[in-house]
Write a protein that binds this ligand. Sequence first.
Ligand code: AMP
Ligand code: MG
Length: 279
Amino acid sequence: MKLTIKVKPGTTVKLDKHDPDETFGLTEEQADERLAMLTDELGELQELLYAARQHSVLIILQGMDTSGKDGTVKKVMTDVNPLGCRVEAFKVPSEEELAHDFLWRVHKVVPPKGLMTIFNRSHYEDVLVVRVHELVAKRVWKSRFHQINEFERTLVESGTIIVKFFLHISKHEQQKRLQAREREAAKAWKLSPGDWQERELWEAYQSAYETALMRCSTAYAKWHIVPANQKWFRNLAVAEALVRTLRPYRKDWEKVLQKLSDRKLAELEAMRATRSADA
Ligand code: AMP
Ligand code: MG
């Protein structure tokens, strides 16, 4: 069963049509059991990705403040080897970054073959926060949808597998999570007065997200909408979509590895043969 909503290229997105509380009748216990199997499989797939070096994987996480981007990384990547995985977080751009085109800081950190990189926020901020706060002229952010699609096409055509997730929470759920940060000492470090101000722009953000999901869900890099009010469901849905995306590559990667192993063994044998001939 598919647990995320894949945005079909060229279709309209209305976020209020998608229930952030959706769990498809699963219980938390069932979900955790399935998550354990999926994270295990994800670990295996990542090892193959790393060794075969045929592709790279770029995972893009977007969502409103408190939507669970950090938590998703922590819970879904439990069996992934840190050796082959990076997380890149995109904050307010520096002066140097602002002096370049908006993709400059992003392109520098995309994964090379063999690696998996997770973007915690991404180039999509340049059509989200930038649009909502009118940080550039309308014609500038409008031209970015096309630029993003071409950028992502370039990555895909050079072997990158892109998976994009929008963590969909409700405004009420955000309020609960922000209040929990105030109440619980262990969470207070995450507090940012700015989050309450951004919350006042909720509708503008939702509408900016709708446009981005519509304009930038392409045949080669689709957006997934993830019901994310229930953290346990969100983790399962992301893990499931990731594994589902990577699974078809497994056989190819195994074949490449088999060939590589055969070659290395033959080299070793040849080396030993010349040694014994010399002796
Ligand atoms: P956080 O993810 O909570 O650490 O916050 C990072 C902040 O950086 C968020 O408020 C984002 O909106 C902001 N941010 C990220 N990228 C951009 C960008 N390109 N322009 C402006 N603000 C950005
Ligand atoms: Mg924040």
